[in-house]
Design a protein around this ligand. Structure first.
Ligand code: URA
Length: 240
């Protein structure tokens, strides 16, 4: 693929901007300045530098973010900064069908929820992961206001009725992890689902953290606010 197309596909700006970056000597490929926008490279495993920023070529972008508290999962947040401010410009500017689209969050976490969030520019992946038929389990670590008792755990497992659906929703797994904490596994992703389920069981969520999606665990060495590319092994864990 030509260098100008590589930069464009990876979100480094319009085609004209990408040509300019190359011609002005801002792009290094394997440590060598490359001024020719038409020079072609094998993209598989390609790494390059743009104005000092190291970048790995990815045909599609799949990333995980350790979402901190105090950011909204919206592109146009109302109150808090957007999670998208935590991502580098190329991830926010990746083109799709000729338009700047960038990566999108796979589902949402509340402003005050922390933990594992996936983002991608693969619309089919978002669709597959969000489909209620897919039943990808998500594990939440919950801190509660009041002590957790066996009756609450039983209710969450048996199913509680939420206000927008007469059909009860049940946890796929639920265990008390401390006097005021729970580990809850859900197969759906309804609006405020954990908070509403815990409230319906007679308690209140004071802290919420998503630790797993499918078999993928939020890595301990990924600090809040930081992101990382998903490896093929990570992607495989999401569907197992
Ligand atoms: N359930 C909630 O209530 N909030 C979240 O952020 C995620 C799941």
């Amino acid at each position: 693929m030509q260098l100008q197309d590589i930069l464009y596909s990876q979100g480094f700006g319009t085609r004209r901007v990408c040509v300019g970056l190359v011609q002005q000597g801002h792009v290094l490929v394997t440590g060598r300045v490359c001024n020719d926008p038409f020079e072609a490279f094998e993209v598989e495993g390609l790494e390059f530098d743009v104005m000092g920023q190291r970048w790995q070529y990815h045909a599609k972008a799949y990333v995980m973010l350790h979402k901190p508290a105090g950011v909204e999962c919206s592109q146009k947040p109302s109150t808090w900064p957007s999670i998208y401010t935590l991502l580098p410009a190329p991830l926010r500017q990746r083109p799709q069908k000729g338009a700047v689209q960038g990566v999108q969050a796979v589902g949402r976490l509340d402003q005050d929820t922390t933990g594992l969030l996936l983002l991608t520019d693969d619309g089919q992946f978002i669709h597959r992961m969000s489909s209620p038929r897919k039943h990808v389990p998500k594990v939440y670590e919950v801190v509660t206001k009041h002590p957790v008792d066996a009756a609450q755990v039983d209710k969450l497992m048996a199913g509680v009725v939420l206000d927008d659906d007469p059909k009860p929703v049940r946890a796929a797994a639920c265990e008390a992890t401390g006097a005021c904490s729970l580990r809850l596994t859900l197969l759906e992703g309804k609006y405020h689902q954990v908070k509403r389920m815990v409230a319906a069981a007679g308690n209140r969520v004071e802290g919420l953290h998503r630790s797993h999606i499918g078999g993928l665990v939020l890595p301990e060495d990924l600090p809040p606010g930081q992101w990382r590319w998903l490896t093929p092994a990570d992607l495989a864990l999401l569907t197992t």
